[in-house]
Design a protein around this ligand. Structure first.
Ligand SMILES: NC(=O)c1ccc[n+]([C@@H]2O[C@H](COP(=O)([O-])OP(=O)(O)OC[C@H]3O[C@@H](n4cnc5c(N)ncnc54)[C@H](O)[C@@H]3O)[C@@H](O)[C@H]2O)c1
Length: 352
C-alpha cells in the first residue's frame, strides 16, 4: 500500500508514519507544512527509510497537492493536517477555517482529479480517509455516548471547522462518488504530543513542580485513547472500511479532567518522590469559553464490523506517557521556550 499522509509531522501523523512504514511495510509520502505543532524527532526512525518521503507543503495549495498525488501515485490518502488546539481556535480562528475547511477542500478536489485519471482496478481500491474528531458532535450530558448517527453540533471554532471539512468529504462522496471515509476519534494521548495538550502539559508541570492549571471545577469528561490504538483503527478503516461511512473511535476511557490530573500526580509521586504530593500543584483556573461538558464514544461499528479493540489500558498508557515526558526534557524544553517567544511576539504585534 502506498499512502499520502497529510500532517504526518504532528503527534498522531508521526505515529501513523512510523506504524505504516515500520510496522506494516507500507510506503508513505508525508505532506506537512511544519507549523508550530510539527514535533521534531518523532520521525527520526523513518527518516532515510526507503519507503518514506517528506514534502514540506501547505495542504491549502491545491496545485501543489495535485502535483504530490500525480508524482507519488498513492492507493490512499490519510488526511490529518489540521489546526488542532481548541484554545488556539478560540483566540484566533482564521487559520482553523483556512486549514481545516479550505485545506480539506483542496485535498478532496485534488483527490477527485487524481482518482478520475486512475486505471479502473486502481480506482476501485483508492480511499480518502478524513481524520476527524468526536468534538464535531458537541457536548453530551451526564449519560449517553456518541455514535456515527449522532447529529453534528460543534461548540468551538476548532470543532466547527473540522465539521466543515467533514461535510465537504461526505458531499464529495455523494456528489462525485469519491471513496471518502471519516473517522471520529476521542482525545488522544501518548509520546511526542505538543506540550500544550492536557496530558503533556500536566506531566511537564508536575515534573517542574509548577502550578497545574485545571479549567473550572475539572468535572469535564473526555474519552481517552492511546495514539497507537488510534493508528491501528485508522489502518483498519483504510483497509476494510466502507466508502461513504463514518467510524467512531474511542477507548472506553471516560475520565473527568480531575481524575486524569490526579492520576498524573500519583504517577509523578512514584517517579519523583522528592516532589510529593504533586496534587498540591493543582490550580483551578477560569473555565474555557464554550467548554463541552462530556464526550464519550460508542465504537460498536468499528469493533463489530472491523474487529478493532483498544489494546492499551488507560492506566498502563498513562504511566508510560508520563514517564516519557519525565525522561524527555531535552525534547519538550525547546518547544516550551519557542512557545514563550511566539507568545511575546504575538503580544507585541497585537500592541502595535
Ligand atoms: N489530538 C487529538 O486528540 C485528536 C483527536 C481526534 C482527532 N484528531 C485529529 O487528528 C489530526 C491530527 O491531530 P494531531 O493532534 O496530531 O494534530 P497536531 O496539531 O499535533 O499536528 C498537526 C500537523 O498538521 C500540520 N499542519 C497544520 N496545518 C497544515 C497545513 N496547512 N498544511 C500542511 N500541514 C499542516 C502541522 O505542521 C502538524 O504537523 C487532526 O486532524 C485532528 O483534528 C486529533
Amino acid at each position: 500500500m502506498k499512502v499520502l499522509v497529510t500532517g504526518g509531522s504532528g503527534c498522531i501523523g508521526s505515529a501513523v508514519c512510523r506504524d505504516f512504514v515500520l510496522g506494516r511495510g507500507w510506503s508513505v509520502l508525508n505532506v506537512d507544512s511544519l507549523t508550530y505543532a510539527a514535533v521534531p524527532g518523532a520521525l527520526d526512525t523513518v527518516e532515510g527509510h526507503g519507503r518514506y518521503r517528506f514534502v514540506q507543503a501547505d495542504v491549502c495549495d491545491r496545485q501543489r497537492m495535485g502535483r504530490c498525488l500525480a508524482e507519488w501515485r498513492p492507493d490512499a490518502i490519510v488526511h490529518l493536517a489540521a489546526e488542532s488546539h481548541v484554545d488556539r481556535s478560540i483566540a484566533a480562528s482564521e487559520t482553523f477555517v483556512r486549514t481545516n475547511v479550505l485545506g480539506t477542500w483542496s485535498i478532496l478536489d485534488a483527490a477527485l482529479e487524481y482518482w478520475h485519471a486512475l486505471p479502473a482496478e486502481r480506482r476501485s481500491f483508492f480511499r480518502v480517509l478524513l481524520v476527524s474528531t468526536d468534538e464535531v458532535y458537541g457536548s453530551l450530558g451526564e449519560t449517553g455516548r456518541f455514535t456515527e448517527e449522532s447529529p453534528y453540533d460543534p461548540s468551538s471554532p476548532y470543532s466547527a471547522s473540522k465539521a466543515g471539512g467533514d461535510h465537504l468529504g461526505m458531499a464529495w462522496f455523494r456528489t462525485y462518488g469519491l471513496p471518502v471515509l471519516i473517522s471520529h476519534c476521542s482525545n488522544n494521548y501518548g509520546p511526542w504530543q505538543f506540550p500544550e495538550k492536557l496530558i503533556p502539559l500536566m506531566s511537564i508541570r508536575a515534573f517542574l513542580g509548577e502550578p497545574m492549571p485545571v479549567y473550572g471545577d475539572g468535572r469535564n469528561v473526555r474519552d481517552w485513547l492511546h495514539v497507537d490504538d488510534h493508528v491501528r483503527a485508522l489502518a483498519l478503516i483504510l483497509e476494510k472500511g466502507r466508502p461513504g461511512s463514518r467510524y467512531v473511535v474511542g477507548g472506553h476511557g471516560e475520565r473527568t479532567n480531575m481524575e486524569v490530573v490526579e492520576a498524573i500526580c500519583d504517577i509523578a509521586d512514584r517517579l519523583h518522590p522528592a516532589g510529593r504530593p504533586h496534587c498540591r500543584l493543582v490550580a483551578h483556573v477560569e473555565d474555557r469559553l464554550g467548554h463541552d461538558l462530556r464526550y464519550a464514544m460508542d465504537p460498536a461499528r468499528l469493533e463489530g464490523e472491523l474487529g478493532w479493540r483498544p489494546g492499551i489500558s488507560f492506566g498502563d498508557g498513562l504511566e508510560d506517557t508520563v514517564r516519557w515526558y519525565f525522561e524527555n526534557e531535552n525534547w519538550w524544553r525547546p518547544l516550551l521556550q519557542r512557545a514563550v517567544i511566539e507568545r511575546k511576539r504575538d503580544a507585541r504585534a497585537g500592541a502595535a
